[in-house]
Design a protein around this ligand. Structure first.
Ligand code: SF4
Length: 439
């Protein structure tokens, strides 16, 4: 059977990146080989995101370009998956005429069937139903050659309904995978040479709640640390309210658990946090950070902040700045509030003007850059253990590795170090990376 070319473009979060890996694996069984040249593709899939308006616009622009390719090659098959596809369903076909199929976040496992059906019948297909169990929709995606780290989905969906967020509507309610299935997948990855795994879920801290077998996130980590070959464990994303004292202790107890946590705070104003339906106060959040830092002094803390949420006054914004000054995050993903259809925030009064949002965002990002550089500079002169991931993006002659605290270190070294854990001395700190030297 002659291989056909598959081009997948991924928008959005790590969950989408991992979903795209699963799509590629499933379609390789149907004779499709990945290409990074869209013009050579027989099948194009856009794995979409709709968390912000900007992400959706990027998808539409790309579909405009793809439509031109289809005019030149009517045999080209075009599909969209991910959150925007889940949101629009059949409406996507009405908006974009060149689409052959639309599949939702619970329907990746149906891809080979969908593509085969499009080929045979040449009719438009939409599959966006939610399924009841995650094990029925999970696909094992073997890592790429020479990969040292891999993603493992442990749960999907969310029950929190934060006022600004579309995830609960697009990924469905929380569903956890049975722990024995996760352990088996990680064992397979370890046998294939993977040293670091990142456990994925919209709210990994609430792992196990729907399983009714006593499992929780900490007990899952304690099982994973026993798998030989796996040297590092990471996870994303966590909800501050569900960060338990047991999990905080786990950072101190389990050497394999990387000393980094991404804990989205979203605002430093209690009034805004309540409007957002986040379920914690700034003080409660800071207490958890203090607890983490007391047990693991050099733990890296990263977070997300939204500026210009409806009703956010200058005073609320200043409280976010004050909180940042107090916590001094290692890095921060910050965004202007983006209204999403169907969310509770859409109905809130007190919309903040776009220019004002931008001013707030820019000032906040400047402050964060100072904090990031300050936190990175604390590492100068220290020895850090890296997992060497590959060549540096900055220079052909350098290698790149990550510290346990998730910081990028570029250094000179031989290619045979890739995939190894090794020590380097940090010689210089920058905002986005560190420079290291082999001792
Ligand atoms: S916890 Fe995260 S995924 Fe869930 S609703 Fe809130 S922001 Fe969205």
């Amino acid at each position: 059977m002659k291989n056909k070319n598959l081009y997948i473009q991924t928008f959005g979060c790590q969950m989408n990146v991992h979903d795209s890996e699963q799509m590629a694996e499933l379609l390789s069984g149907a004779g499709y080989k990945l290409t990074d040249n869209m013009k050579l593709a027989d099948l194009i899939i856009l794995n979409t995101c709709s968390i912000r308006e900007k992400a959706a616009h990027k998808v539409y622009s790309q579909l405009g370009r793809i439509g031109i390719l289809k005019e030149q090659n009517p045999e080209l098959i075009i599909g969209v998956g991910g959150c925007l596809a889940q949101h629009l369903g059949t409406k996507f076909h009405k908006k974009v005429g060149c689409l052959d199929f639309v599949f939702g976040t619970h329907n990746i496992h149906l891809l080979p069937e969908i593509v085969s059906s499009v080929k045979k019948k040449r009719k438009k297909i939409t599959e966006v139903d939610f399924h009841k169990a995650l094990n029925s929709i999970s696909v094992f995606a073997p890592p790429q050659r020479n990969a040292v780290s891999a993603f493992v989905t442990i749960m999907q969906g969310c029950n929190n309904f934060c006022a600004y967020c579309v995830v609960p509507y697009l990924r469905g309610p929380e569903m956890s995978r049975p722990s024995d299935e996760i352990i088996e997948e990680i064992r397979k990855l370890a046998d294939l040479g993977i040293k670091e795994i990142t456990l994925l879920g919209q709210n990994v801290n609430s792992y196990g709640k729907n399983l009714n077998d006593g499992s929780n996130f900490t007990s899952l980590i304690k099982k994973i640390v026993k798998i030989s070959g796996i040297r590092r464990i990471r996870f994303t994303t966590s909800h501050p309210r569900d960060l338990s004292p047991e999990l905080i202790n786990c950072f101190a107890e389990e050497e394999k658990l990387c000393k980094h946590i991404h804990l989205p705070v979203q605002s430093g104003s209690n009034r805004v946090l309540e409007l957002m339906n986040r379920g914690y106060t700034v003080d409660q959040y800071i207490k958890k950070i203090d607890h983490l830092r007391k047990l693991v002094p050099h733990i890296s803390i990263t977070s997300d902040v939204i500026v210009g949420f409806p009703g956010e006054t200058k005073k609320d914004y200043q409280e976010t700045i004050d909180m940042m000054e107090k916590i001094r995050f290692d890095s921060l993903f910050s965004f202007k509030y983006s209204e999403r259809e169907g969310t509770a925030a859409q109905k809130l009064k007190g919309k903040v003007d776009e220019d004002e949002k931008l001013r707030r965002l820019e000032a906040l990002q400047m402050l964060q850059n100072q904090h990031t550089l300050e936190r990175n500079t604390e590492l100068e002169g220290r020895i850090q253990e890296l997992l060497v991931e590959g060549r540096s993006r900055n220079s052909e002659n350098d290698l790149m590795g990550r510290t346990s605290s998730w910081k990028i270190v570029n250094f000179k070294g031989e290619l045979d170090l890739i995939g190894k854990l090794m020590n380097v001395k940090i010689s210089k700190a920058y905002i986005h990376s560190l420079r290291g030297k082999l001792p």
